[in-house]
Design a protein around this ligand. Sequence first.
Ligand code: FES
Length: 470
Amino acid sequence: MKNKTILQYLQENHIIIDALCNGQKKCGKCKAKVLNRNINLTEQEKQLLTTKEVQEGICLACFHSYHSDDQIVVMNQKMRITDDIQETLTSHHQGIGVIIDIGTTTIVMKWIERCRGKCIESVSFINPQVSYGGDVISRIEYQNQNQTSYLHDILVESIENQLIEKNKEINQIIVCGNTTMIHFLLNEDVSSLGVAPFHVPQKDMQRINSYDIFKRYSYQCEMITFPHISAFVGGDIVSGIYANDIDQLDYPVLMVDLGTNGEIVVGNKDSLLVTSTAAGPAFEGVGMSCGGGSVSGAIEKVKLCPLEIETINHQKATCICGSGYISLLKELVEKKLISPMGKLIDKKDFYLTDHIFINQSDISHFQLSKAAIQTGVHILLENSKVDTIYIAGGFGSHLDVNDLKVIQVIPEDIKYAHNIGNSAIKGCYKLLMSQDFERVNAIVDKAKSINLANYEDFEDILVESLYFYD
Ligand code: FES
């Protein structure tokens, strides 16, 4: 079998690297430095690098095979190997750090060996708070009615159990999540997050002792939470902006997180507009008759007439994940099997296998999520023209941006799409490795949060967005 490239190694280990052409040896973005051996650059590679980069020993990660003892430093536009960074990467940052993304539905945790930036353990599990409401508003209501620390307790317990089970001595924890989740984690009062004017009690980056939260875990270390922008736009989005360098781009891009809170960002180095919409968890397959996460066996792509389905890892079909629903809806639209308002033409449940189907109530549920996202995109793009979209969320690799155009979630003029996966966790990773807290705080200072409900034509745009096609 062919050896994997350095780029493939980095991707497999969730180490962020700019790789615009995804290893096609065309873009020249995947710059890295291998510290433990000399790399002979090819002529083609030299053409893609500056003379200075060649002199500094920088190579392109997709041109070279990975050796098992390689020590690699990933470069990006803002990061050059200097003695400082070298020292930071090789001596200052020893030990293990944990990064955590607390989603409303799913929690992701990764243990990172800090000197090499390598992920050594990874888990994801359902947020135990889902039993008390699928979205943040119902959890805030539960909290207001019951006035206990129960939602804090079960959240902390679920994360702490993982820390105890893996039993690794860690020296820093970096957490991101939406504003409500982080408030639950910190045991802060969430009541003001659910009512106008949506006051946020803890807005800034918190740097506390992990023992304040995880009392049963025997190792103490610094725990850092990403700062929030508003009650609706949390640290997970700040993390996503940071992970994808949106705050440093010359040209504006649209970033959409198709998660339960449906956060949307439009911006670049000059300005950042952010909002969130109550999309609900339909894009994550939750609340749908046969929905599920992006797990092995989930249907992630559908073709109709004749019926063809593709499942994740080519396993026997078990459910339909978010990208599967988007693909299926696009087919139902193109084959005119639903009306513009999403009514199944022959009024029968639509089967993809003998037990996996979509029915009218699933379509209506999905339609509300789609309309919420579409409305936010429409309003944020009112004064900007963008041709590039970054799509975040736990989707199968097959999410096709054209499917989103067909069902009208995003405008036709989007030409370039990047599936950025869970960019919140990538931002945590990047912060763990860079310790660039100042830049993260600067993102929050620059961002302007838009409350969609205050927008004059909000209702009209929302109603129009319910249409799947004209
Ligand atoms: S990923 Fe584009 S050149 Fe390596």
